[in-house]
Design a protein around this ligand. Structure first.
Ligand code: ZN
Length: 312
């Protein structure tokens, strides 16, 4: 409805003659432009903030409700916006089946880290902002009846960084899946290890990979889904050891940032460097799958990799 009103007003605004030639009656025309201000005001009111989102790729204005129904993918150019861990889980699992694990697990500021801000203050702020206890949501659920262990990272929480809680929650979910005989799916979105936890955060790389190795020993599948962005310590550990590694279109995937690599290698980086599209040609990932097709494709892979899970 708001859209309709806006289009009605545009002709009014346009019908005001452009002031190319200096007006003859200066006093009159100065006041005659006043209604234009009102128009601008009402127009602003009709596009309230939070109803529309501008696509950063094609700059098209997108109606939020429509964007939400399209799983936060631009209807015009297919740009994939970031989504929360909960939205991710909802987009993949059967409705109402998700059993969350370790929801209350929170970080302890073991190093008493203080930088620009105290780590404890940062944690409290992000908890309030996101409603999450940390940067990953884990649990067991079903995709069309296939039982899976799932972990979804949330980039909004401290850049999806992996501290001891992220590592521990993923490890517990992987171990529960190994025990239960389910395949594991981890959807990553992360800036890497959490610097506030120093070594404790780096140790999570080995821990998660060890749990996945035991999982593989039982001949159980692990599918890693990389979303924008998946970088650094996360990409260098569990995100890159999937039996299948999938990515969303346009996702930035890499270890160090392009500037660091450029400075280190002293070489020009090729165009498209560190995108999913660049990496699929070089064999790092197995498939690029648009968000709207992800659930169906995961089902295909699960039927192939883990046919028994359906019966569970
Ligand atoms: Zn777009």
């Amino acid at each position: 409805m708001a859209e309709k009103k806006v289009t009605h007003q545009i002709p009014d605004v346009d019908s005001v003659p452009p002031a190319v030639t200096p007006p003859e009656h200066t006093a009159d025309t100065t006041f005659a432009t006043k209604p234009k201000l009102d128009d601008a005001k009402s127009r602003k009111r009709e596009i309230p903030e939070g109803l529309w989102t501008k696509c950063p790729d094609c700059t098209e204005l997108l109606y939020d409700k429509e964007l939400e129904n399209n799983l936060e993918v631009c209807m015009h150019c297919g740009y994939h916006f970031s989504i929360s861990a909960q939205e991710r889980i909802d987009s993949l699992l059967d409705p109402g089946c998700f059993k969350e694990m370790d929801a209350g697990l929170t970080s302890v500021d073991i190093l008493k880290f203080t930088g620009v801000a105290k780590y404890t203050d940062k944690l409290a702020g992000y908890k309030k902002k996101t409603g999450l206890a940390d940067a990953v949501v884990t649990g067991i659920g079903q995709i069309d009846g296939h039982s899976v262990g799932i972990g979804a990272m949330d980039f909004r929480f401290l850049g999806g960084s992996m501290g001891s809680v992220v590592g521990e929650k993923l490890t517990r979910m992987i171990e529960a899946s190994t025990k239960g005989g389910h395949p594991v799916i981890i959807v990553s979105a992360s800036g890497g290890a959490r610097m506030y936890e120093g070594m404790f955060s780096l140790m999570q790389m080995a821990k998660t990979c060890a749990a996945l190795a035991y999982h593989a020993e039982k001949r159980l599948a692990y599918i890693s889904v990389l979303t924008h962005p998946t970088t650094a310590g996360v990409m260098a550990s569990y995100a890159s050891v999937g039996d299948l590694i999938l990515a969303e279109p346009g996702a930035m995937i890499g270890f160090a940032g392009p500037r660091v690599i450029k400075d280190t290698t002293q070489a020009e980086l090729p165009p498209g460097f560190q995108t999913a599209e660049f990496l699929i040609d070089r064999g790092l990932i197995d498939a690029i799958i648009p968000r709207k097709e992800m659930r169906d494709q995961l089902l295909n892979y699960l039927a192939f990799l883990s046919p028994k899970a359906k019966a569970a």
